[in-house]
Design a protein. Structure first.
Ligand SMILES: Cc1cc2nc3c(=O)[nH]c(=O)nc-3n(C[C@H](O)[C@H](O)[C@H](O)COP(=O)(O)O)c2cc1C
Length: 303
């Protein structure tokens, strides 16, 4: 790949702007390593908590057509003490591994961040936005005071970049973006709260009733948040939500993202999406005479 695709987020150098999003094939060191070898510039791990958690009973995922899905996995994860080896294996690919964590308060987040940092991750992503688990995720991510104290405490605890992943399921994103101002960058967006009903069984499909919508349906929502927050705050942003192609990636970059994360496209299209999107992005940028990602970030913002 040429230099055209290189980008930087909070000092982390990436070969291309495409990162594996949290929650898709990233609870296991070998799958993360493989995805890095197949073209992702970095990976974000599954969100890891203090203790092992089995999550909700199946069904936890429903495909709703058009490459979209709704999930309520319930933050199933092996717990931080059991995750060191997975990070070690993923790091063998020689690219940044970003550790995603979730907790209930500033103290728990900061303990998790310290432990995750000790495993050698290049950055920490704070999951302040899971839409379907009580007491963590979006419940705390909707409270500006808690967001401010969590971000502040984690920033004091580690000396690697800290990214705050915010929820779209709030009435005022700017309030939260400002509360998370001490983060090195903001990650926008997590899934959109949604549900599906099985008319034959006459009941909700997911065992948890509600879940998070992901895939192309949420791209316009993600773009709007990236654009709005970039325009108002100028902060560095990692865009995520419904990205499937080079055009989608460029839309997010022109809206203000420095790089993007990809989740559901991998579930529907397989691991080759990273290689395919990088190649198409290189061609698209060349034909549009866009010489670098850094010159393209926020290009569409109207002042
Ligand atoms: C099956 C599944 C599991 C997910 N688990 C997590 C998670 O553990 N932590 C998190 O921050 N986001 C999680 N997400 C949200 C994704 O990281 C991403 O924000 C969202 O899916 C939108 O991007 P996409 O449309 O490219 O999938 C999950 C998404 C899916 C589909």
């Amino acid at each position: 790949m040429s230099n055209r695709l290189q980008t930087v987020i909070s000092g982390l150098r990436l070969d291309n702007p495409l990162i594996l999003a949290s929650g898709i094939l990233d609870e296991n060191g070998y799958t993360m390593k493989r995805i890095l070898k197949e073209g992702a510039a970095a990976v974000v791990t599954k969100s890891i908590g203090s203790a092992e958690r089995s999550g909700y009973k199946p069904p936890v995922v429903v495909e709703i057509g058009g490459g979209n899905m709704i999930n309520a996995i319930g933050l199933a994860n092996p717990g931080i003490e059991n995750f060191g080896n997975e990070v070690k294996i993923a790091r063998e690919a020689g690219k940044p591994v970003i550790g995603s964590i979730f907790g209930a308060d500033a103290e728990e987040f900061s303990n998790l961040a310290k432990k995750m940092a000790s495993y050698g991750v290049s950055g920490i992503e704070l999951n302040l936005s899971c839409p379907h688990v009580k007491g963590v995720g979006q419940e705390i991510g909707s409270d500006p005071d808690l967001v401010e104290s969590i971000v502040g405490e984690v920033k004091r605890s580690v000396n690697i970049p800290v990214f705050a992943k915010l929820s779209p399921n709030v009435s005022d994103i700017m309030e939260l973006a400002k509360a998370a101002d001490r983060a090195d960058a903001l990650v926008l967006i997590n899934t959109v709260r949604a549900m599906a009903i099985d008319v034959y069984a006459r009941r909700p499909v997911l065992s948890n009733v509600y879940g998070g919508l992901s895939g192309p349906a949420i791209k316009p929502v993600g773009l709007r948040y990236v654009y709005e927050v970039k325009k108002e705050t100028g902060k560095e942003i990692i865009g995520v939500g419904g990205i499937q192609s080079a055009e989608d990636t460029l839309e997010y970059i022109m809206a203000g993202a420095s790089c993007v994360e990809i989740g559901t496209a991998l579930h529907t299209g397989g691991r080759s999406v990273f290689r395919a999107i990088s190649r198409d992005l290189e061609n698209l940028m060349a034909s549009e005479k866009l010489d670098s990602i850094s010159d393209t970030i926020g290009m569409a913002i109207q002042r």
